[in-house]
Design a protein around this ligand. Sequence first.
Ligand code: PMP
Length: 396
Amino acid sequence: MSNVHELKFLKEKIEELKKQGVYRKLPVLEGANEAEVILNGKKVINLSSNNYLGFANHPRLKKAAIEAVEKYGVGAGAVRTIVGNMDIHEEMEKVLAEFKREEAVMVFQSGFNCNAGTIQAITEKGDLIVSDELNHASIIDGARLSKADKTIYKHNDMDDLERVLKENRDKYRNILIITDGVFSMDGDIANLPDIVELAEKYEAMTYVDDAHGSGVLGENGRGTVDHFGLHGRIDFSIGTLSKAIGVIGGYVAGSKTMQDWLSHRGRPLLFSTSLPPAAVGAIIEAVKMLMESSEYTDRLWANAKFFKERLGKLGFNTGNSQTPITPVIIGDEAKTMEFSRKLFENGVFVSGIVYPTVPKGTGRVRCMVTAGHTTEQLERAVEVFEKVGKEMKILK
Ligand code: PMP
């Protein structure tokens, strides 16, 4: 009995992580998530945040959050289906629907919850979920919660997707094709025009998780669907409110029918309290700011272009990213983690990403350039990359 309470079985697993060299403590940030931060007591340039537009500590969002707290308090007090649906939750969804140019939006408490709750609510036994092999963990978990059958297709490979659709069309009632809009480890964009063509040919539904495309791609950051001009042809368009928008939450944009159904069967909405007023106030302000001007998305793209070009000129392999996500591919796992450690010692924080998050032998540090970085900060970061790259013989 006492062994059980000592959690010996977990201690053993933790020892195993240590042996594998993948054990770590959670890094601690002193202050807001900005372009330059104090992390684990050290001042560093932050190249690992999803705060694409610098909104996480923006004065206009903070003011809106404070005003919402003054009027509505700090908590919503209930799930949305009981008495936790305030008028600002409704306003937030209206503003988001306008931004995404869709009929309706349903907001969840996080992007993760949104995928976990939506996929299981819109599929059932007798349906098939067809998922890109590199889709995000929350999509995988959402699919696991569904009673539908599941299969994957090779990453962004349209021949393989068509093979799966052809083989399965007559065996199932509904088929749901799910893809990330922007893939978070490589920064490549899904081939949405061809996915939509195939979906229409085989009468399948489409589901795009645009966590890394919303606020980044398309007119004023309207996302990957807007980037390709595919409004009205994607059934479920997912975005997160935690990355470019800088706050917390996730949403599905699409039809009123979708919204109506999720308000009855979206389990995270039925069984978990709705977003706090401060978050909702800040989200509304962020979306208004995006619709007002492209200032922030323009700066994000200019910074990303500058940083990618400078790293490329030095001779780093920055992969095939089509977005501000900038992987610097090192290859060997141990070398990748050492590179990340040395960058940190020299004042740049960029996390190392290795197997199993990415395939073996493709270890990388993944740089997230934001609109909040100054040119001077990016130049300093490039100098550190050059110094450490030469020391470790990654560069000649
Ligand atoms: N989808 C994708 C593609 C993501 O990268 C993430 C965040 N890592 C999520 C969903 C989850 O979003 P959130 O952090 O808002 O829960």
